[in-house]
Design a protein around this ligand. Sequence first.
Ligand code: OGA
Ligand code: NI
Length: 371
Amino acid sequence: MESTSRTEVVSENEQNYDRISELKAFDETKAGVKGLVDARITKVPRIFFSPPDRFDKVSSPVKAQVCIPVIDLNGIDNDPILIKSSVDKVRGASETWGFFQVINHGIPVRVLEEMLDGVRRFYEDDTEDKRKWYTRDGLKTVVYNSNFDLYKGVSTNWRDTTYCTMAPNPPSLDELPKSCRDILVEYSREVMKLGRFLLELLSEALNLKPSHLNDMDCAEGLALLYHYYPACPEPELTLGVTEHTDYDFFTVLLQDHIGGLQVLYQNQWIDISPVPGALVVNIGDLLQLISNDKFKSGVHRVLANNVGPRVSVASFFTTGLMPSSKLYGPIKELLSEDSPPKYRETTPREYSLCHNARGLGRTSALTDFKL
Ligand code: OGA
Ligand code: NI
């Protein structure tokens, strides 16, 4: 049988089928995409069809050769030469890709593995204990659902996600799912430590004093988004995550060995292949805004795959929807007559609301804050 392609499915998306009813029916199962796979479906339901994006057609001879920089942090503490060379690499990566990977980052491999195991345990626990976390109330400490933008996004993704707010107000253990609560707390502590260190490198990469971004409280808030991408029977028809930029200051991503994450670079999709023990770091919209476009919030997506499940944990550094009065605008030290501010000030909450209202697959919310 000939397989359908994402080009052919566009017409189905344009047909006026009752998409909302089908989305509702899916939402009401409270079982996510994993529930469909458990029911052994062999066809991808049409709500998941995604149109090809503007860059799918670009042939990519460079694809095989380029990859995001990998920065080795081994022994970096108190070694000024290593710090300088790492800062230069962080600067180069943040100005061009908006993405880099770090190895020897100080988080033990055991913690990374236990975190990924905890994510699998959460989603593969089919008791009421998982279902009770399913909600669309974004203010809860734990928000488990499928597609946060289900009713708004351009298309529905082949992915389930749980959003846990871990800082600045750490939840107590009984506010977290039993299946992964201990490792969520341990991993958060480790990733917060790494995040604060990365902010020192990022500050220096902007030619600011090392404490600048930490003093601005860019690591005040931390949300862990843990994702589950079930194996997909027709991966060419849908996506794991539609193209987007992250709405935080920066993200530290832990991915398993499966792959599928891609970054847009010079109008081509480039694979971010899993490197054992590594963490992917990417600049978010808020850091692009306060750096006045010096750093770039990289556009990325995740392909669907017939192998799976793939699991990943994205650590979002932002206070998100929490009430906040702290205003963030382009950093004064980075401005001059030749380099006037490009954005108006905003709060992480206002920015998150703006991002959530759009859903994925539309232009970045940054355009709304341009002066
Ligand atoms: C995200 C994201 C990528 C992944 O959570 O914003 O892009 O590999 N995740 O899960
Ligand atoms: Ni992302």
